[in-house]
Design a protein around this ligand. Sequence first.
Ligand code: CA
Length: 336
Amino acid sequence: MKYYCLCFVLLMLPASLWAEEPHVFAHRGASGYLPEHSLPAKAMAYAQGADFLEQDVVLTKDNVPLVLHDTHLDGITDVARRFPDRKRKDGRYYAIDFTLDEIKQLNATQRFSRKTGKPVYAERFPLDGYTYQLHTLEEEIRFIQGLNMSTGQNVGLFTEVKKPSFHQAEGRDIAKAVFDVLNRYGYGADKKSACWIQCFELNTLKRFRNEFGWKGNLMMIFSGGKPGPDGSDYDALATAAGLKQLSETVDGVFPNLPRVVTWDKSGQAECSEFTEAAHAAGLRVVTGVVRRDDLPKHCPSVAALHEALFNQAGVDDVCTDFPDLSVEWLKTQQAD
Ligand code: CA
């Protein structure tokens, strides 16, 4: 009797949910150890066993997709010193105001505070330890595909299209520019393609599916609070009905951590119904970000964080600044 029940449950689950092992998504590479988005950070994440490496992508003045977390250059480069008269009225230096050739002249480092000049994470790689050149999405794809060739693995891309509405207001189409590069390198032909596209704006994900013919995986990212710049209402989309509606377009969701789990003052995890509702809609769930040096409020340890995510909340995948810690924790579960 139990056997038939189990078979029934397995048949009811979408194939993508039970056929695949948990994935480790390296957040900006192994950014807990090396400057975010630098190629060494990507190589380290690759060697630590991450399944997917993240690229945040913005456009340059000459419309080149660039791997950079912010639309600004001033949080990780010396742009303010090199091009002091190129800031906008808000005091910020925007990647979209600089050509790739100009951006290649900048020294990039660990992330720092613009106000104090101090590193954002004091215990991480030092600001003066290493400078590097920002690189394009295409350069990173060649880097990852090169590693895939030399190792025989198939580590994937986790590509976030940053701020489509901002780019649109600047007269640009970042979604199309990112799609063109990924398509040229053979990504997005089907769900087995080693690339997830992620975005905070649902309209952009709809364009990938309906306008560009992207057949690969798509992931909706949720923030807390007010709706996104394209009107994406995260609270409404996080309901059972909203997740069902999302599943018409996307394959997975990346909720902000408090939508999935919080911890009380005694360190006990309290899980929401988000993951269950997402699974009922046939969606994979990834969340995080796991940061050893910046744990969620009242969460006692990295191990407790993983325990709550996978064994209590039931998420499928994790996004992490410390890929080795996530990979190691998942191995301990396999051994049990
Ligand atoms: Ca991102």
